[in-house]
Design a protein around this ligand. Structure first.
Ligand SMILES: Cc1cc2nc3c(=O)[nH]c(=O)nc-3n(C[C@H](O)[C@H](O)[C@H](O)COP(=O)(O)OP(=O)(O)OC[C@H]3O[C@@H](n4cnc5c(N)ncnc54)[C@H](O)[C@@H]3O)c2cc1C
Length: 298
């Protein structure tokens, strides 16, 4: 059933300061409206609970991609199309670009934002695993100031997060990529396009000789939150890549993720596919080191 539009209010602040003042004066009353691609679905189905929104689409402070020697910083309103068109993101963060290219169709990619994807907090969202594997940090801003939090600590439970009622997500910061790092991203859905993930996996690794120096593993759709698999990473870090390590990591992953049965897939399928993707990633590292004697970043 569609919502009754006059029940809703949408205001348009002229600046970030104005938006933050609104949040501060009446916390829990006002909610940001970014691209609206998640919110409009709820509105159309009559499930949009909060009634008061402020449109952040035109806030220049939440736009742009800035480069420094150490980081790439994206405004929370960066769209999927902007991600895919950015040369440095394409070169250094290919998994984020792949995730953006596999999110919805072109209309969604033109309008949907990374900030909206993060705060909507769906465990099945596609950019969070890439952002987790790239060790993203989030800038959260209120009238009281700014704070940075590591993204892997942000989601605290199903649709729960470390975001206060007076805060906006303003920026997403990624450490600049080491060219020797390997990247591996797979979204598994019912179709190649326009499908919600059954499992989504993003991983990065740096290899020295035949040892894993650094590794980050992140999954979507296998837990109540987009999940960085820190325990499985611990089993892998500093170890020689061989079959027994791959078996050990696969067993640890089974303990660390908690997939469920739902309309899109089954617990068992999600577990098997997650393990298969992890094994494929580790095998690809092993093959690279065996073939060249040294790792080649992708
Ligand atoms: C047809 C269709 C296909 C889709 N396909 C995919 C897909 O393949 N993969 C995928 O991951 N998602 C998909 N989505 C979901 C959606 O497009 C994304 O989650 C998108 O990134 C949401 O961004 P938005 O700017 O539109 O968010 P909005 O709808 O504007 O907001 C979403 C939530 O985030 C909050 N919010 C937004 N920005 C901020 C901010 N800066 N600070 C604090 N809170 C904020 C809002 O208050 C709201 O609660 C799809 C949606 C549709 C309709």
């Amino acid at each position: 059933m569609r919502a009754y539009i006059p029940d809703y209010q949408l205001v348009i602040p002229n600046s970030l300061a104005e938006a933050l003042s609104l949040l501060q004066s009446e916390p829990d009353t006002w909610k940001p409206f970014a691209g609206g691609t998640d919110l409009m679905v709820l509105l159309e189905s009559g499930k949009l609970r909060e009634r008061n929104y402020f449109d952040i689409w035109n806030l220049a402070e939440l736009r742009g991609v800035n480069l420094s020697d150490s980081h790439v910083t994206l405004g929370a309103l960066t769209t999927y199309t902007e991600v895919q068109c950015h040369d440095v993101l394409r070169r250094e963060f290919p998994m984020l670009c792949q995730a953006a290219g596999e999110t919805g169709g072109l209309a969604i990619q033109n309008r949907g934002t990374l900030g909206g994807n993060i705060v909507n907090a769906s465990p099945a969202a596609d950019s969070p695993p890439a952002l987790l594997a790239y060790d993203a940090e989030l800038e959260l801003t209120s009238q009281e100031g700014k704070r940075w939090v590591p993204y892997y600590t942000f989601h605290t439970g199903y649709k729960l997060m470390d975001l206060r009622a007076n805060e906006l997500l303003t920026k997403i910061r990624l450490p600049r990529a080491d060219p020797a790092v390997h990247h591996y991203y797979r979204k598994v859905g019912t179709r190649k396009a326009q499908a919600i993930s059954k499992v989504c996996f993003a991983a990065t690794a740096r290899v020295s000789g035949d040892r894993l120096d650094e590794v980050r593993l992140a999954f979507g759709s296998v837990a109540p939150i987009p999940l960085r698999c820190l325990k499985t990473e611990d089993k892998l870090r500093g170890q020689q890549i061989n079959q027994s390590l791959i078996d050990l990591a696969s067993a640890e992953l089974q303990r660390e993720i908690t997939p469920i049965d739902d309309i899109r897939s089954t617990q068992n399928y999600r577990l098997r596919v997650s393990q298969n993707l992890l094994v494929d990633f580790l095998m690809s590292l092993k093959q690279d080191t065996t073939a060249s004697g040294h790792p080649a970043g992708q």
